[in-house]
Design a protein around this ligand. Structure first.
Ligand SMILES: [Zn+2]
Length: 157
């Protein structure tokens, strides 16, 4: 039985800043993040790798809860505690919240486990995260260590 990949797109709005950036990215600003999540599995008797709704449920709910309309900040950012105390939606990373770090954290620490929990036959193959229509980062299973990145320190509850 051959394996096939399928891809589901998610879009969210998020804010961040890069603390040591020498240019304008040191300012708080927002992005329209576009995720292209590709999974692989054998095609079942139903003709599907997996129902697209399973991916939507597993990953869309997490993105809605934690990153959509959230401020994603690095540990040490003075705004984190203030925003949290104000009841704002904030998400803390140990590493700078660059598109490269966000795609790694999402793929390794979040999506892989959620997908496996939803259907153990699913293998996360690839995640592309667009920060803008012209700029993106790719995480690919074959070229990435399988150990979690441990980028996350705390999350919005
Ligand atoms: Zn940015």
């Amino acid at each position: 039985m051959s394996h096939v990949t399928i891809t589901r797109v998610f879009e969210i709005d998020y804010g961040h800043r890069l603390l040591k950036h020498p240019g304008k990215c040191v300012n708080y600003h927002g992005h329209r993040g576009r995720f292209e999540v590709t999974v692989r599995a054998p095609v079942g008797a139903d003709g599907m790798v997996v129902d697209f709704g399973v991916i939507k449920h597993a990953l869309g709910n997490w993105l809605d809860a934690y990153w959509d309309h959230a401020m994603i900040l690095q540990a040490g950012d003075e705004l984190y505690e203030r925003m949290r105390d104000m009841g704002m939606k904030v998400y803390l990373l140990e590493a700078p919240p660059t598109v490269e770090n966000l795609v790694q954290h999402f793929a390794l620490d979040i999506a892989r486990g959620l997908l496996r929990h939803a259907d153990e036959a699913l293998v996360l193959e690839h995640v592309r995260l667009y920060e803008t229509p012209n700029c993106w980062a790719d995480w690919t299973r074959a070229t990435t260590k399988s150990t979690p990145t441990f980028l996350s320190m705390a999350t919005y509850e």
